[in-house]
Design a protein. Structure first.
Length: 487
């Protein structure tokens, strides 16, 4: 923070926890100051309420929680997904912005205007969790310690939603509130679409093989008593990618000589250590794991995370605005910014769809998105092509086929005209995939967009979309009309 900046936290007028119908938040930023909106953000304090595994008799286990928006836990969860609708008004200038379903707009734009590395990096400070190279998708609700004896713990994270993700004016580095007066921020939280789960299957079999120290892979030899630690068969250069943590509940499975398969009772890891020279990792426990007698050995030993029956729910406990005030700054005069008007339609899904939209005079581009299956992703099955008309004139000399060079050229031109860049045209990578997974392993985002000229009067857009033969097109459409405003 610069010496001529001051950080100011303003609490929401409403009191949490926010859930169900209690999802409206209002925050007032006082006038008479100059604010760096690009450095300011809305902060949500989240809490995970965990039902321990049924085998966790002490209810003392530490669990990793992952968050998704919608029914599929692979959907990317950018922090802007916490806000469904947003509005910004001022004391002197009236309504500045109102964007409905900003979560859908920004989730989809983020995935084509950010590089793959930028999207993965959001896992550090937002809900966009991706797996690490240890095949773990660590969430924000736990501090997982993979070395020593100190127990991991559940935490209450604070998630930042940059104002630049919600409002066009949020990109301004200097905004003079002497001209606007007080700013009134209103956001409608997206509680209902947010879901949580406790993962139990993000492991490879080779990571789970373990044995008594000094024994062959997966083996506990005869006459073993008081076994309270095991060595993992896989070696690690560092513990950063280890898929186990202190306080994690696990069970052991394997085959007993002459006795068939077995599963031990669940118990918590109490210590983790690594031998620097060999890279061997040892897991320690507070009680005996198993015992073997004369002529009795165990083979194929696996240590398996145990989350049997464990559940998690997420709530938003508190909301505040953190702003950066610029002390002694002299802002420039006029401020221009982009914002969006939203039109939402639910239509009968047919092979060929034709729909009319009105674009305001100040509109410079439109972005049509197709939310599906109670998620934030834009797309529909079996898209073929579209061909739109603006004021009764064809926008293109031929139909635009989805995923064709012309389709991507139209994306590029529209984004440039709207002050953005096309950074990623590949399939998006599911958040359940690993950073080194082929980028072709994800799903496709489908959008229809184009730049349009500013005009003295409103413009009429006729959108014509076709699915492949015998298939239906989208059942819902959100059209975001990008407009220029001057303050």
């Amino acid at each position: 923070m610069s010496s001529n900046e001051r950080i100011v936290r303003t609490q929401a007028q409403q009191v949490g926890p926010f859930s169900g119908s209690n999802n409206n938040v209002d925050i007032r930023m006082n006038g008479g100051q100059v604010v760096n909106m690009a450095k300011s953000y809305i902060e949500c304090e989240l809490r995970a309420t965990i039902t321990p595994a049924t085998t966790d008799t002490t209810s003392a286990g530490i669990y990793d929680v992952k968050v998704a928006f919608g029914s599929a836990n692979t959907n990317p969860a950018f922090s802007v997904g916490l806000v469904r609708n947003c509005r910004l008004s001022s004391q002197n200038q009236g309504m500045l912005e109102e964007v409905n379903r900003v979560d859908i707009l920004k989730t989809n734009l983020n995935n084509i205007t950010m590089s793959r590395d930028e999207k993965i990096s959001l896992s550090v400070s937002s809900l966009a969790q991706t797996q690490n190279y240890g095949h773990q998708r660590y969430g924000l609700f736990s501090d997982l310690l993979s070395e020593g004896t100190e127990k991991s713990k559940q935490v209450v994270p604070r998630v930042k939603i940059p104002l630049s993700q919600l409002y066009g004016i949020g990109e301004q580095s200097q905004l003079d509130l002497n001209r606007t007066g007080d700013l009134n921020f209103h956001v409608e939280l997206n509680n209902s679409i947010m879901s949580a789960s406790i993962p139990d299957s993000n492991y490879e079999a080779t990571q789970l093989i373990c044995q008594k120290a000094g024994s062959a892979s997966g083996v506990v030899p005869i006459n073993t008593a008081n076994l309270q630690s095991v060595d993992l068969n896989m070696k690690y250069e560092t513990l950063d990618q280890l898929p186990f943590w202190v306080g994690q509940h696990v069970t052991f499975t394997g085959t007993q000589t002459g006795g068939g398969a077995f599963t031990t009772a669940s118990q918590a890891i109490t210590s983790i250590s690594r031998a620097p020279k060999t890279g061997i990792v040892s897991l320690g426990f507070g009680s005996d794991i198993l015992t073997t007698g004369a002529g009795e050995s165990w083979a194929g030993l696996l240590v398996t995370p145990d989350v049997t029956g464990a559940l998690a729910t997420i709530s938003i406990e508190n909301v505040s605005l953190v702003s950066t005030e610029l002390l002694g700054a002299t802002p420039s005069g006029q401020v221009s910014y982009f914002t969006y008007e939203t039109e939402q339609l639910t239509v009968s899904a047919t092979e060929k769809l034709s729909q009319i939209f009105s674009l305001p005079p100040a509109c410079i581009g439109y972005y049509a998105m197709f939310p599906q299956n109670n998620t934030l992703t834009s797309g529909f099955a079996n898209p073929k092509e579209y061909r739109n008309r603006l004021d009764n004139e064809q926008e293109n000399s031929r139909p635009v086929e989805f995923d064709s060079p012309l389709y991507y050229e139209q994306l590029r031109r529209t984004l440039i005209n709207g002050g953005m860049r096309l950074r990623d045209i590949n399939l998006y990578t599911d958040t359940d995939q690993f950073p080194n997974t082929s980028i072709e392993s994800g799903s496709k985002w489908e959008m229809v967009m184009n730049a349009v000229p500013q005009t003295p009067a409103s413009k009429i857009l006729q959108m014509n979309i076709s699915a492949t033969s015998g298939n239906n097109g989208p059942a819902s459409i959100n059209v975001y009309k990008q407009i220029v405003k001057v303050l």
